[in-house]
Write a protein that binds this ligand. Structure first.
Ligand SMILES: [Zn+2]
Length: 264
């Protein structure tokens, strides 16, 4: 039997467990009598993850569900395969159902044509819906479901005691999950989700990428400030809500005012 490397009581993360980078963070919530997985990652690591889970002496029949934190391919490309192999249920927010059930290549980010990224996106049936405020019982552990849209419309986070499984909302270095109109990013929603995390009393954040870390509101505030700036900048195109420079320019154009190069 493999020694279980618990990060916190009842929480194992499969990259740390494997001692190598598998991809996205895959959390196993060990509720004693049953367990659940938060995300699964790419299809080609599913079997290794299942072997690890079996190796740690978990009974696959006790897997209550695999949760899709959101519908991006790096988190859920393997979810259909895992559902089949583990004979378990798949859960997501209602806003993630369509991209996952139809295997939508654009909404799931499986295809980024301009960069030659093209991976298959197997369709997967969603068995359970998770909504804001739901309580999820995994054996003796209880998780509160948070809907935290912004990165994508269906992004979920989960609060369990002093831990927050924070998805792609914020990473240790203050970076956030990619802002891109193609998979439904929304900057005002993102800022709200970050403010909610800022105001929360959780002690540790368990993100979907990179290291688990102690919650530091300075790091979250930096992200809030950056994203607030993006609202009025052209950098993220249609995700911005206004662009003052263009408004000023339009005023000048309408007034027949030519650029004045004499002013610095
Ligand atoms: Zn991600």
């Amino acid at each position: 039997m493999l020694k279980r490397k618990y990060l916190f009581p009842n929480v194992i993360e499969l990259n740390y467990q494997a001692g190598r980078r598998l991809g996205v963070n895959v959390y196993l919530i060990d509720g004693g009598t049953e367990f659940a997985l938060i995300d699964i990652g790419f299809e080609d690591t599913v079997e290794e993850i299942i072997d690890l889970i079996r190796g740690m002496d978990f009974n696959l029949a006790h897997c209550k569900m695999i949760i899709a934190t959101h519908a991006d391919a790096d988190h859920i490309q393997g979810i259909s395969r895992a559902r089949e192999l583990m004979k378990t249920k798949v859960a997501s927010h209602p806003a993630s159902v369509e991209p996952i059930e139809t295997g939508d290549e654009i909404l799931t980010y499986a295809t980024i044509k301009a960069q030659g990224i093209e991976i298959p996106m197997p369709k997967c049936k969603i068995d359970l819906l998770l909504n804001e405020g739901d309580k999820l019982c995994i054996g003796k552990k209880e998780l509160s479901v948070w809907h935290t849209p912004g990165h994508t419309p269906g992004q979920l986070s989960f609060k369990m005691g002093n831990l927050l499984f924070s998805g792609d909302n914020i990473y240790k270095d203050s970076c956030v999950g990619v802002i891109d109109a193609h998979h439904g990013s929304n900057i005002p929603d993102f800022i709200k989700s970050l403010k909610r995390i800022w105001a929360d009393n959780s002690e540790f954040l368990l993100p979907s990428h990179g290291p688990v870390f102690r919650k530091d509101n300075k790091v979250i505030q930096q992200a809030i400030d950056r994203l607030t700036g993006y609202l009025s900048m052209a950098d993220f195109g249609t995700c911005a809500t206004n662009w003052p420079l263009l408004d000023e320019w339009e005023k000048d154009v309408l007034a027949g005012k030519m650029p004045d190069f004499s002013k610095k």
